[in-house]
Design a protein. Structure first.
Length: 214
């Protein structure tokens, strides 16, 4: 794939049918401090997922934080949100200013070491709407992020996501591509990934309705 194009506020990574914008040092100055706080303050859970008709323990720890009414359903789970605390709200404001997008929810994943992983998938659940935009913040250890075309088995693009980097996945990427975080045999420390999303508003979630109009 062709080389990255640099912009004043990020690096445009060429990809068909969607967009990738990488802010390599978005949280470089305070990423370590943020990660230390999240490790302590977040209630991390190892969920049991349903994949291909089987129940398995997720190879990572997770948490779901969002505005009221923003439930999230995937892989047999129906997650009710924990509230967005002051630190997460401040993080969201920074990301929204940087990207020009609006978010009301965040899925946090803790990869404890190189054996924790995320399998091939697209973020295309109905709650995200027909054209989701995802802002993915990495804290801690660098991990490989791979993308492939839907229906294909070969990796098309691989990025090293460093601690403090922010990757914006623009529509219609999720309709045409899958991504994953593979296991690695390298000695690697913990990594937290926060994927900020916009859940479609529900009648029970007036805050989400308000932010959708911003």
């Amino acid at each position: 794939m062709s080389v990255t194009v640099r912009h004043a506020h990020g690096e445009r990574i060429p990809i068909d049918d969607g967009g990738l914008l990488l802010f390599g040092d978005a949280f470089a100055s305070d990423g370590a401090q943020l990660m230390e706080s999240l490790l302590v303050d977040v209630r991390w859970t190892r969920h049991r997922l349903q994949l291909f008709g089987k129940r398995i323990d997720a190879p990572r720890l997770s948490a779901w934080h969002a505005e009221p009414g923003c439930n999230y359903r995937y892989s047999g789970l129906d997650l009710e949100p924990e509230p967005l605390d002051r630190a997460l709200c401040a993080m969201r404001e920074r990301i929204e200013r940087l990207t020009g997008q609006v978010f009301n929810s965040v899925l946090l994943n803790l990869y404890r070491d190189g054996q924790d992983s995320m399998s091939w998938h697209s973020d295309d659940e109905p709650e995200l709407g027909p054209a989701p935009v995802i802002a993915s913040l990495s804290l801690g250890a660098t991990r490989h992020f791979r993308l492939r075309r839907r229906g294909q088995t070969r990796t098309t693009l691989s990025l090293d996501l460093e601690g403090g980097s922010l990757l914006l996945m623009e529509a219609p990427l999720q309709q045409h591509w899958q991504h994953c975080i593979p296991k690695t045999r390298r000695q690697t420390g913990p990594r937290i990934n926060l994927t900020w999303r916009q859940i479609l508003p529900h009648s029970s979630s007036p805050v989400s309705l308000t932010r959708m109009g911003q």
